[in-house]
Design a protein around this ligand. Structure first.
Ligand code: ATP
Ligand code: MG
Length: 268
């Protein structure tokens, strides 16, 4: 098999228990317990400042890169607490990849080198042919190969915004993570590029566990299997998980009044 996904590792379940997230003394997210299902897309929705990005970054230990930031509780990936004392945060970030709001390819680096960047940083001693193969497989996986195969040596910045975001997705999947986190990956894109990324997310879930933060209700409804609604009661309060359910339930028949108000556009 030569598809992008042939040698991807198995998607993994993530169990979050009693997770509290802090920036210094500021309690940003309170007591989240949720299961993130493998081979599904879980959308995280909620008003600005309720802690969606903070929560997402706690799932691959990027949160702790902020000075004074810390978490309490556990995040179990494939049976292992990623916050256990003997777990290397760099390995966690390899298992749990991340795609950001604004496409951030290395601008002067070539398209091909952008995809291979994570492999080199992880100092895997890959030979040239092996690298070429991974680059092609990852670009195919990100639905970008046909558009760039003749110009792999051009800089990453020579691509359109939507192509750059797919390049970032290719870079993220090149290291064969088990989980892919995406923080508003389409917010800088036009509707056509947005639909291309949503289609891609639908393909990627065959191989990965995907968590996507979005402000776009239609996107959550179209692209996700499960939706988690986060909210904060008053400004300055920590954000909390209000409700997590199948996406169609969250949008048609949520349990919680605050969820209903939010998805029907009554606030937030
Ligand atoms: N680096 C940081 N240092 C201190 N506080 C932070 C930091 N980043 C975020 N916060 C605070 O944590 C809270 C949650 O922020 P976060 O960025 O997670 O919200 P969000 O739900 O992603 O919002 P948005 O929808 O606007 O992206 C906010 O009160 C924010 O001000
Ligand atoms: Mg955010």
């Amino acid at each position: 098999m030569t598809t992008a996904t042939a040698s991807a590792t198995e998607a993994k379940r993530v169990e979050v228990s009693d997770l509290d997230i802090y920036y210094g003394s500021f309690h940003a997210v309170k007591s989240v317990t949720m299961t993130i299902q493998p081979n599904k897309v879980t959308a995280i929705i909620g008003s600005s400042g309720c802690g969606k990005s903070t929560f997402l970054r706690s799932l691959n230990r990027m949160h702790e890169l902020v000075e004074g930031a810390r978490v309490e509780g556990s995040v179990i990936l494939d049976g292992q607490d990623i916050y256990a004392a003997d777990v290397d945060s760099v390995m966690v970030r390899r298992q749990v990849g991340m795609v950001f709001q604004n496409p951030n390819p290395f601008p002067t680096m070539s398209i091909g080198d952008n995809v291979a960047a994570g492999l080199r940083l992880n100092s895997r001693k890959a030979k040239k042919d092996e690298l070429d193969e991974i680059v092609e497989r990852s670009l195919r996986g990100a639905n970008l190969w046909e558009e760039v195969k003749e110009r792999l040596d051009r800089p990453g910045s020579s691509l359109s915004g939507g192509q750059q975001q797919r390049l970032c997705i290719a870079r993220a999947i090149a290291v064969q993570p088990e989980v892919l986190l995406m923080d508003e990956p389409c917010s800088a894109l036009d509707p056509v590029a947005t639909l291309a990324i949503e289609d891609l997310i639908g393909d990627l879930k065959n191989n990965y566990t995907i968590v996507i933060v979005t402000h776009n209700m239609q996107q959550a409804a179209r692209a996700s299997d499960f939706t988690a609604f986060f909210n904060l009661e008053n400004s300055g309060d920590p954000g909390q998980l209000v409700e997590l359910d199948r996406t169609d339930t969250i949008f048609s028949n949520p349990e919680n009044k605050a969820t209903e108000d939010y998805v029907s556009g009554r606030f937030g």
